[in-house]
Design a protein around this ligand. Sequence first.
Ligand SMILES: [Zn+2]
Length: 256
Amino acid sequence: MDLRLNDKLVSAYHSGSQKARVLTETWIGDNLFCPRCGHDHIQHFANNKPAADFFCPVCNNQYELKSKQGSLGRKVADGAYDTLIRRITSYENPDFLFMSYSMETMRVTDLIMIPKYFFVPEIIEKRAPLPLTARRAGWVGCNIVIEQIPQQGRVVIVSGGIEEDRELVLERVSLSQRLSTENLHARGWLMDILKCVNSFPSGEFSLTDMYQFENYLFEKHPENNNIRPKIRQQLQLLRDKGVIEFLGKGRYRRAR
Ligand SMILES: [Zn+2]
């Protein structure tokens, strides 16, 4: 992977957003392998489909690119709020690629992939409607709050200008695949339990530790009056999927 952006491409463009689009999309097409199957490149859609930018010619998986100058930060701006929520709830999302780059060094600094099944409405933040003076007055955009996504759903490809090992990327995508669920309600529970599991710095915790989250989880899922059995059921599920190990006597350990 060559992390340099090709600045020769952009001299013909005047608008900053057009330049950014050409630079980043060309870079992806020239450099990125398919994080799903490992094929050596992914391809840009000839006619820009509204919901995806790239596809893999081997496994057909689709990707949408969001890029941003500077650091990736906590969140990345996306288009219309309603559109993204509709796509999530109808399971029409592609996998997302979030990329940041520096115009000073003309290099890619960060690139992460978020698999489609880590999208829940909760990570989509509504922006304030555009003011009446705006051309599209009342239009509501959104941000994707990356930091709300559990670490198992943030697959690092480039971090701080350094490329991650390709085999490790593929392994992490395949581990995340085990957490895929079509059902949004189940997905919401899984994301919340993962966040609790990820909050223990040492990676080891007990069932009693998990029960500390009972009120937090009840606030998020007020329809459920049996939070403790639900916690146990979800831990079982995470063990079956290889995300945590049971150490015995009510103790657990997070896998890498
Ligand atoms: Zn592929």
